[in-house]
Design a protein around this ligand. Structure first.
Ligand code: S1T
Ligand code: MG
Length: 591
């Protein structure tokens, strides 16, 4: 069909792309496809023409996104070019899509804003599903932008490269790990669809999915409406706050437990001030580790049930009124307690609702509740702004062989001497060693717990904050994504990466001793650092570790890889307590 000029004829093309919920076609109807119109050279050339791509990029930036991480493919090349030419957001490419997802997730967590991942259709986007699932489970507002087939391709009726079952399979797969989705194949509705999806990501703090047909990237498009703030019923928030405060006042042993939503919604400052006013003891959850770094409040530390400090467990589990703010009710946050927290005596504000034992208040955002509590709160308890929880320092400088907890002590000594650094911890014992390091900004997947996030998260810290991080990664996790360090040189990133090399999937061996398949070979990671553009050193005793950390801190000319050799069968004190607590509550008894 000849197309004239720029009028895009809308055609109902039966039987081609069935899909749902792209925002303008909510039933199971066929995809309403535009006829693709060749983009006039002038479209790209017109500096003042807003295109679908620049409208989306402006909307991301307006809503706080600071950069995009990506890995290109032919379906997304037009969008990549638009990112490059528009300079609206800086673009960082990594070497494997799981890392792109982990980095975008981490950037969103750190900045309490949108993290952006840009990938190609099929092989690229589906390669990132696990990282997006982790972002969903751990409430991180990542925006997945995938290039997609254009109308011409959909019309061909042939199987497209990178296609799965149907052209719409990818959209359906991402529906399961995101809270809002759209295929931007209608330029009239695209601005509102983009606003709907991005604002949902921010209000629910969960990942979202946007597919950009490659033939529409440069097509003129209207501006995306400004972010719409969720409407708040302040009267209901005040009534809820009053009920909470009266319960806290009449409790003999009130306590507060704070989780990830404090960071996701940027509420740490407000919460610290509220907790100081209330004077009630506060702990963070395992997932909330790293919250309130630098804030003053009556913070006991991290609640880990019987795997953590007994005094913290006693306060939280013994509370006759436990106020939980932004807490994910998960096994890693609550699973290792001999006595479960008494949820009937708790009040839980999560996912924009506040639940009491037998009733709840819907549609009250955490921020609205915290503001309402701050308005009417007075002093209830005597818990003063506690001195920062104590963390082990003073690692002796001798040739004693290293154990995992020595790494935490050495980092505490380094931070005490030259200031804290933001951290990323991977899954394995590195997650538990991270618990023994003093409070600092921390990105760690403590709930969904996918391996591989450590190094990409450290790169995201470099890219999004300009600060120099420390990454704690096991050898198994480093085998997955550690090689992303090869992207440091061209970006000027210089993280310090500590590889806990026990030649083992040691955390699994804790759960299931005696199996040879937990043994890993020795990959000599330190030797691989120089070819990747960094410096590497292998350490086997305490004095070598201390010297290596000081040298690494002093050298920001490249990434620094410190390979810490550890014995199989030995874990950190925290993982030891955690796994023995799991055994006692019989989760692992029959392993
Ligand atoms: N695959 C992925 C992507 N994530 C996981 N969490 C797992 C598998 C399962 C798993 C663990 S801990 C662990 C695995 C394989 C071993 C980690 O080995 P390493 O990085 O060397 O750390 P360490 O030796 O300190 O354990 C959790 C239980 O799911
Ligand atoms: Mg290991």
């Amino acid at each position: 069909m000849a197309l004239h000029g720029r009028v895009a004829a809308r055609r109902h093309l039966p039987g081609l792309r069935r899909f749902r919920s792209s925002g303008h076609d909510r039933n199971h109807g066929d995809r309403v496809l535009h006829e693709s119109v060749p983009v006039m050279a002038t479209d790209r050339g017109k500096a003042n023409t807003r295109t679908l791509a620049t409208a989306l990029l402006d909307a991301l930036k307006d809503r706080g996104a600071q950069q995009a991480f990506g890995l290109p493919g032919d379906f997304v090349l037009p969008f990549f070019r638009a990112i490059q030419e528009s300079s609206i957001l800086p673009l960082y490419t990594l070497s494997h899509e799981p890392s792109v997802g982990y980095a975008a997730d981490a950037a969103g967590r750190l900045g309490s804003t949108l993290g952006v991942a840009v990938v190609t259709y099929g092989a690229g986007a589906l390669n990132m599903v696990n990282a997006v699932a982790q972002a969903y489970a751990e409430k991180s507002p990542m925006v997945v932008i995938s290039g997609g087939p254009g109308a011409e391709e959909a019309r061909m009726g042939l199987g497209l490269h990178h296609q799965v079952k149907s052209l719409n399979s990818q959209f359906e797969i991402f529906r399961e790990v995101t809270c809002a989705q759209a295929i931007l194949n209608d330029l009239d509705t695209a601005p509102d669809e983009i606003a709907r999806v991005l604002d949902t990501a921010l209000s629910l703090s969960r990942p979202v999915y946007l597919e950009v047909p490659r033939d529409l990237v440069d097509r003129p498009c209207k501006r995306v409406p400004r972010q719409s703030r969720p409407t708040v019923d302040t009267e209901a928030a005040r009534a809820c706050a009053a009920e909470i405060l009266s319960r806290l006042q009449s409790a003999a042993r009130p306590a507060i437990l704070i989780g990830v939503e404090a960071r996701r919604y940027g509420l740490e400052g407000k919460l610290a001030s509220l907790c100081r006013t209330l004077g009630i003891p506060v702990a963070t959850t395992f997932m909330g580790r790293g919250l309130f770094a630098g804030e003053v409040l009556p913070l006991l530390g991290t609640y880990l049930g019987s795997a953590g400090q007994a005094s913290i467990a006693e306060t939280i589990e013994g509370a006759d009124c436990l106020l939980m703010l932004g807490v994910i009710l998960s096994d890693t946050n609550f699973g290792v307690s001999h006595r479960n927290v008494d949820l009937r005596a708790s009040i839980r504000a999560f996912d924009s609702a506040v639940a009491f034992s037998h009733h709840n208040y819907p549609d009250i955002t955490l921020e609205a509740l915290v503001d309402a509590l701050a308005e009417i709160a007075g002093s209830i308890g005597e818990a003063s702004a506690a001195a920062a929880p104590c963390y082990a320092t003073g690692l002796p400088c001798d040739d004693t062989a290293l154990e995992p907890s020595d790494v935490a002590m050495a980092l505490n000594d380094l931070f005490a001497a030259s200031g804290t650094m933001p951290m990323a911890a991977d899954v394995g014992d590195s997650l538990f060693v991270g618990l023994e390091v003093r409070d600092t900004d921390l990105v760690a997947p403590g709930y969904y717990a996918s391996m591989g996030m450590g190094v990409p998260a450290a790169l995201a810290i470099c890219a999004s904050t300009g600060r120099r991080p420390v990454a704690l990664v096991g050898d198994g996790a480093f085998q997955m994504t550690g090689w992303e360090l090869g992207n440091c040189r061209r970006n000027g990133w210089a993280p310090i990466v500590i590889v806990l090399n026990n030649r083992s999937w040691e955390m699994l061996r804790c759960f299931q001793p005696g199996q040879p398949y937990h043994d890993l070979d020795d990959w000599h990671f330190a030797d691989a650092a120089a070819p990747l553009g960094g410096k590497g050193v292998r350490v086997t005793n305490r004095s070598q570790l201390k010297a290596a950390l000081e040298a690494a801190r002093a050298d920001s000319g490249s990434f620094q890889l410190i390979e810490v050799m550890l014995p199989r069968g030995k874990t950190s004190n925290s993982l030891e307590r955690y796994s023995s607590a799991l055994r006692q509550i019989s989760v692992l008894k029959d392993e």
